[in-house]
Design a protein around this ligand. Structure first.
Ligand code: FBP
Length: 549
């Protein structure tokens, strides 16, 4: 593999570990018994073997020689910077326990386990991937591990390879499935342990015990760098409004963190839009107002950050999408015979009056996306909706109306951007490199301690890495019951942006000033070498959340 100079230098970086893990030998200290965040009786009944287990903290201890064991690892879902370091931490951890231990990677996600598609991860392979971005060492996939048939197919290869434990690196859904698998193997007494690791750039897998999911730090810093560059361009030419959509399928953590880093003129937070029951027109009006106010000061430029999941958080849009999904599912045949040029009018004539009015008000392109692009389950694919264009077109027409009414609105010219894939495989920041390596190493210690149904946890992450606290959290502790596809299911509670949380409050207390002034921050690229205050700084979100504790 040909490498850049940075990759070569970066390969030599030794990730920092919490003191207890770096000591070379640990002991597991058990805390109090746990319970799920809600629906305790229901979760307990579904997870009789893995419910109520204690929290685990690792402290320095005596070295113990364990018999050799084999471990399997799976990368699940969307890429997130640092995945390779979770695997290298896991590898180093099990090799430290016993150099005979082996690590097997299942190829292209959970599907690799079911299809018996795997490779042994040797030291040479691991060394190629240390401190690099991406999940390409074994690839990732979105196959859901849910059925007994899959669990049994997985067991066949687990037995064949003599695997004692499986580490699943994934987001809330993948860790929910890891917990179901752990319970299944425990109930069947198969003697196979399952450990989860918290991954997702979206930042929505976090709680009191999991301070952040890995990848969020690097992805936000990567986006913030590019947004900063755009803001500098914007402030140099002073002629464009930049509408920037940011990844985050559901929660707005990425948009909020980027706003805290770059101080844009506008940042929409989906959770606030939903809580305040704002309509699409309310969102558009709020942006148009900032545009007009800045124009009145002679500033015909600015930046607007938009979370990817916004459309589904606008209550009226949610109702429209739901009616459209149902209508198109039951009238697919008839709809397919309607001429393209008549489809819009046809839909307008069929929807309920409220939804029909909203649909008619949408720009042509967006209306088409809502009615045509459906996923295999018949749902509209919201991530394909170009929200940045939708909002800028609607802001333009709102400004035109205000102009006709005699209001001064200045000049409005928009540019559009979507930042998502650019940040998911970036070389991990020092924070993610250290955090991921520690998560992987901790997973190996949980395995050695015989644990199953636990998520690897590293806390106190705003302190220097040596003071981080490594341990394990029972996954059942994070669960509640939620309706999914019409059925009540045990799932890990998704962490949305809290409007009473410190990060949102910090943003809300400054946004009016950011809107009026041009006080942009230009964070620049992630620094991998240099002073610790530049290279090791955690996200603003994490700092603000931990300050309040
Ligand atoms: P995970 O939750 O699996 O980590 O993925 C998150 C994400 O990156 C979202 O931000 C984005 O909406 C989605 O994946 C895109 O999915 P895909 O990679 O399938 O296009």
């Amino acid at each position: 593999m040909t490498k850049s100079a940075l990759q070569i230098a970066r390969a030599a970086y030794q990730p920092k570990l919490p003191k207890a893990l770096a000591s070379g030998a640990v002991k597991a200290v058990e805390g109090a018994a746990t319970q799920s965040v809600a629906d305790q009786e229901a979760i307990k009944a579904l997870f009789p073997n893995t419910y109520g287990m204690p929290l685990i903290t690792f402290e320095a201890g005596e070295a113990v020689k364990l018999p050799a064991m084999n471990v399997g690892v799976i990368l699940s879902g969307g890429q997130a910077p640092g995945g390779h370091n979770v695997i290298s931490g896991l590898f180093d951890g099990i090799k430290k326990l016993n150099p005979e231990n082996k690590l097997y990677g299942f190829i292209l996600g959970p599907g690799g386990l079911v299809d018996h598609n795997y490779m042994e991860l040797t030291g040479d392979i691991i060394d190629e991937y240390r401190n690099t971005g991406g999940f390409d060492i074994i690839g990732s996939g979105r196959t859901k591990l849910e059925s007994e048939n899959q669990f049994e197919k997985g067991l066949e290869i687990i037995k064949k390879l003599g695997i004692k434990a499986l580490v699943i690196i994934g987001g809330d859904d993948s860790n929910t499935n890891a917990c179901v698998l752990a319970e299944y193997y425990a109930a069947k007494k198969y003697g196979v342990q399952v450990i989860g690791c918290p991954k997702t750039i979206d930042g929505d897998l976090k709680n009191d015990m999991i301070e952040t999911s890995f990848g969020f730090d690097t992805a936000c810093k990567t986006y913030a760098e590019v947004i900063g560059n755009i803001q500098r361009d914007c402030n140099s030419a002073r002629k464009y409004w930049h509408f920037i959509k940011l990844m985050g399928r559901s929660a707005s953590h990425i948009a909020l963190e980027c706003a805290l880093q770059v101080q844009p003129n506008v940042c929409i937070i989906s959770e606030e839009v939903e809580t305040k029951d704002m309509s699409l027109d309310d969102v558009v009006t709020s942006i148009a107002k900032v545009v007009a106010d800045r124009a009145a000061q002679g500033h015909n430029f600015g930046t607007v950050l938009i979370p990817e999941g916004l459309v589904e958080f606008i209550p009226a849009m949610k109702r429209l999408i739901s009616e459209l999904n149902d209508f198109l599912a039951s009238n697919a045949e008839e709809f397919s015979h309607i001429k393209k040029s008549h489809q819009r009018d046809y839909i307008i004539s069929k929807l309920s009056p409220e939804n029909s009015t909203i649909y008619a008000s949408l720009p042509e392109g967006v209306a088409r996306q809502l009615s045509l692009d459906r996923d295999p389950h018949g749902n509209v694919q919201v991530s394909l909706i170009e929200t940045e264009k939708l909002l800028s077109e609607m802001v333009a027409s709102k400004l035109a109306t205000w102009k006709e009414e005699g209001k001064y609105v200045g000049k409005f010219a928009a540019q559009h951007h979507f930042f998502g894939y650019e940040g998911r495989c970036a070389a991990p920041s020092n924070f993610d490199a250290d955090y991921c390596y520690s998560l992987g190493y901790t997973a190996s210690m949980l395995i050695a301690d015989g644990k199953t149904g636990y998520m690897s946890s590293v806390r106190n992450t705003t302190a220097p890495a040596a003071e981080w606290i490594a341990g394990g959290v029972p996954i059942t502790m994070m669960m509640n019951m939620e309706r999914r596809h019409g059925e009540m299911k045990p799932v890990i509670q998704k962490a949305l942006v809290k409007l009473d949380g410190a990060p949102f409050k910090a943003f809300a207390s400054q946004r009016d000033r950011w809107a009026a002034e041009t006080d942009y921050v230009y964070p620049g690229p992630i620094q991998y070498f240099g002073p610790t205050e530049v290279c090791d700084e955690p996200t603003k979100t994490l700092q603000l959340e931990q300050q309040g504790k």
